[in-house]
Write a protein that binds this ligand. Structure first.
Ligand code: COA
Length: 434
């Protein structure tokens, strides 16, 4: 997933934890035993009953430099992979979701639209479109068996979902076949019943059946243990609407008209040779992107088929632009963003926030700031309200200059069954998950 964040409020210093009042009647309680109790309750709260059993980097191993980078567990022979699905509570059943079917796609869409990720204050909920889901879940070589649903046996209602898609991901010098796991969702009425661990084990089993033993995933929550922690930044395109719906706030000593002026963009892009990517550009974009992604510690290993799928523009799903030198016709720069609206949960006036998310960008000749400013202009022209970007790759170099503000949530990246030597800085990450 992508975490749902909105613009951070400027709250000044973070409040410190409350200091409990001293209890004068119980002065025989020693500081030591108090400290022990606090420690116990803290470590209880931080325990991960499920994740502690999984082959993932554990918190206790973070400082252990003797552990080497690579798979945590060796693959087992395929014949030893459990052949039957995990048990579900008796009233539920597993289904494999056929995302080619309009009907199935709509069921998944409806589950996610009402139950998927919200921001911390429950003001916005992701609203991935059906077209987006069809694109995100059917890349080259996808497995239908990795699109997993849970239905209530009696009503046949879809109540939970989880997916994997295949991806080659390079970690330092090793290219690893992985599953990218995404869209984990349990219906609001079925939360906190330990269904999520069963969903995760079942997708893992089906991934193993394809002889794949590693996975990459992101979450807004802290689990054992992130390979990196990123932050979202938001660039207002339609500040009035963003302020009206509570996504952002009017800055101190700012009026609405000054704010609108601050975020105003030109109508025309600035870069000579800037144009929409077309099918015949796939080889050039693949070369450009492969060369660029080499510098990051973790990045996808895209071939032409992947680029065709992930980066050729698709109306309402993904937009890509490139710079073709008018003289040499060389493709020198590239930028892209995907479309992920959020439902606005409590507004009288607006139901949808139109958000563009920065995807893969490559600059070799055009300064990145100028390239992304042109992307902002295109997003504004397409009526997006906000342009979001993580602080991954070289994004930090344009965020402040182009008037992005920090978001209020974090996005943690994880690998399953693969240990990395060090925790990465966001700028060492070359991977964007949807
Ligand atoms: C995420 C979600 C499926 C978890 O289900 P739940 O009913 O809250 O939790 P369950 O009781 O079934 O399971 C809890 C376990 O799942 C883990 N878990 C919770 N969210 C998780 C996530 N996003 N990714 C992986 N594991 C997660 C918990 O850490 C816990 O395991 P632990 O004891 O080892 O720490 C559910 O809250 C949901 O659908 N939320 C909205 C959509 C969403 O946030 N999806 C995740 C996107 S990354």
């Amino acid at each position: 997933m992508t975490n749902n964040t909105k613009e951070e409020e400027n709250q000044g210093p973070t409040p410190q934890g409350n200091i409990p009042p001293e209890n004068e009647n119980e002065n025989e309680v020693s500081i030591d035993s108090l400290a022990r109790k606090v420690q116990e309750s803290l470590s209880l709260a931080n325990r991960h009953k499920f994740w502690e059993t999984q082959p993932v980097g554990q918190f206790k191993d973070l400082a252990d430099t003797s552990l080497s980078e690579g798979p945590i567990e060796a693959p087992t022979p395929l014949s030893e992979v459990k052949q039957e699905p995990y048990n579900l509570p008796a009233q539920y059943e597993w289904i494999t979701c056929d995302m080619d079917s309009e009907e199935m796609c709509l069921e998944v869409y409806n589950l996610l639209t009402h139950n998927y990720v919200e921001d911390d204050e429950n003001m916005f909920r992701f609203n991935y479109s059906k077209e987006f889901l069809g694109w995100a879940l059917r890349p080259p070589g996808y497995y239908r068996s990795w699109h997993i649903g849970v239905r209530a046996k009696s009503s046949k209602k879809l109540v939970a979902f989880i997916t994997g898609i295949p991806a080659r991901i390079r970690v330092h010098d090793s290219i690893v076949n992985m599953a990218e796991v995404n869209f984990l969702c349990v219906h609001k009425k079925l939360r906190s019943k330990r269904l999520a661990p069963v969903m995760i084990k079942e997708v893992t089993r089906r991934v193993h059946l394809e002889n794949i033993w590693q996975a990459a995933y992101t979450a807004g929550v802290i689990l054992p243990t992130p390979i990196t922690t990123c932050q979202y930044w938001h660039r207002s395109l339609n500040p009035k609407k963003l302020i009206d719906v509570g996504f952002s706030r009017l800055g101190a000593r700012m009026t609405m008209s000054r704010t609108i002026k601050l975020y105003k963009l030109p109508d025309q892009t600035a870069t000579r040779g800037f144009r929409k990517m077309e099918p015949h550009d796939v080889p050039a974009v693949t070369r450009l992107l492969r060369n660029y992604l080499r510098q990051f510690a973790v990045a996808p290993d895209f071939d032409e088929n992947d680029v065709e799928h992930w980066l050729l523009p698709k109306e309402g799903v993904v937009d890509s632009y490139l710079v073709e030198s008018p003289e040499t016709h060389e493709v020198t720069d590239f930028c892209s963003f995907y479309t992920l609206p959020s439902s606005i949960l409590g507004s009288q006036n607006h139901s949808t926030l139109k958000a563009a998310y920065s995807y893969y960008n490559v600059s070799t000749k055009t300064p990145l700031v100028q390239l992304i400013n042109d992307a902002l202009i295109m997003a504004k022209r397409k009526d997006f309200d906000v342009f979001n970007a993580l602080d991954v790759m070289h994004n930090e170099s344009f965020l402040k200059e182009l008037k992005f503000g920090p978001g209020d949530g974090k996005l943690h990246y994880y690998l399953y069954n693969y240990r990395v030597r060090h925790v990465l800085r966001p700028s060492e990450l070359g991977l964007v998950l949807l």
